[in-house]
Design a protein. Structure first.
Length: 394
């Protein structure tokens, strides 16, 4: 990995009295040196409702699709949950089991009654925790559910997701249909530095499983994080991951140090963090706001976030509008992902007053908000991801 970290601010020059800034940190991972070993746990809802509309058959097909993507040194486990939790296949090196044996285990999954997603997720993560891993290991729990957990609320899932994340395991969570608790699915994917998605139809299950396993194979470095060593008097707020999926982040603070955890770095896939910073009063001249250190896969890359204090009115007028727009778009996309259309519209109104109604970003945000307003969970999920002109989500 030869990662690079780049910082920028919307106002490179600020007055001596200080100013509020929008900052951007981009992480460019570089190219993959070694293909990682993948540890994959499939965590599949097997409650009675999964047998409606062919969801269970498609989930079995998705598992078989995963089997076709694994290398001999990869590990796979399968956990099914309904009222009870069943470890269908404990973590097994793919080279040590025949495809036929694995397929038979998948087809042995039987329907149950309720939905104990919490215990299912815990069991799936437990199958991976004792496996040997290093900086070339990509660890994933792929969670699929169409229902609500019987006894656990989203805050409990947030706590569990943080525990799983601290073990180096990322969660990819997917809800299918309209009856699952979207807040739970969203928290699992975002808190555990994975992602979350809505599956509209049973035919989407195979792609969800397959894409997640293939992405794990493109990991450049796991357990990535940014540490900000913040200068005295500087305040940091409103931290968001903008790429690859918009997610609000709560940094881990220790004195003047803030740690922002990132998803695993993928081959040549840029990640972006946007945040608000209050630069306090300082004498004229260049001043450090924060030293930024990326740590991932045992390697580090560093840079400094700084501004120049000036009394030159012409310099003080310099403004990088794109960074402000990136921040506002990220906030809007995050709110749309939660289904908070009214808050998204408020943010659009603010962006319109500053940047004008004819700005491409404003018009794009308005279209996106209208789509979410008229649509449902699929549109909310898509709103959190970047879509190119070709329609490919990044």
């Amino acid at each position: 990995m030869t990662a690079n970290v780049v910082t920028d601010v919307n106002r490179p020059y600020v007055p001596a009295g200080g100013a509020k800034l929008t900052a951007e940190i981009e992480v460019e991972p570089g190219e993959q040196d070694v293909e990682p070993v993948r540890h994959i746990a499939l965590c599949i809802d097997s409650s009675g409702s999964m047998y409606e509309g062919g969801n269970m058959d498609r989930a079995r097909g998705g598992a078989e699709w995963v089997f076709g993507l694994l290398n001999d040194d990869d590990y796979v486990s399968i956990v099914a949950f309904d009222t009870e939790v069943t470890v269908v296949l404990d973590a097994t090196r793919w080279g040590d089991i025949s495809r036929q044996d694995a397929v038979e285990k998948v087809h042995d999954i039987q329907a149950g009654g309720g939905t104990d997603m919490y215990q299912g997720l815990q069991a799936a993560a437990d199958t991976l925790k004792d496996l040997p891993s290093d900086k070339n290991t990509a660890r994933r729990v792929l969670l699929l559910s169409d229902g609500k957990d019987n006894t656990h609320d989203p805050p409990e899932f947030e706590t569990l997701a943080r525990e799983i994340d601290s073990a180096g395991i990322r969660i990819k969570s997917a809800g299918i249909g309209e009856d699952y608790r979207s807040e739970t699915i969203r928290k699992l994917g975002s808190v555990a530095r994975g992602d979350w998605t809505h599956l509209q139809a049973s035919g989407d299950i195979e792609q969800f499983f397959g894409d997640a396993v293939e992405e794990a194979g493109s990991v450049v470095a796991p357990d990535a994080e940014l540490e900000l060593d913040i200068a005295d008097g500087v305040e940091v707020s409103e931290v968001y991951r903008a790429l690859p999926q918009t997610q609000e982040v709560t940094p881990e603070w220790s004195a003047n140090s803030a740690v922002i955890k990132l998803p695993d770095l993928l081959d040549r896939e840029t990640q972006r963090v946007v945040l608000k910073i209050h630069a306090p009063a300082r004498p004229l001249g260049e001043h450090r706001l924060a030293d930024v250190t990326l740590t991932a896969g045992g390697e580090t890359a560093t840079t400094t976030l700084s501004v120049e204090y000036s009394d030159d009115e012409e310099l003080l007028q310099q403004h990088n509008e794109d960074i402000d727009i990136d921040h506002k778009q990220t906030v809007i996309q995050t709110e749309l992902g939660k289904g908070n259309v009214a808050e998204a519209q408020t943010q659009i109104e603010q962006m319109t007053r500053i940047h004008g109604a004819d700005t491409e970003a404003v018009q794009s945000a308005e279209r996106q908000t209208q789509i979410v307003m008229e649509g449902g969970r699929e549109e909310q999920s898509r709103a959190t991801k970047i879509v190119t002109d070709e329609g490919i989500q990044k």
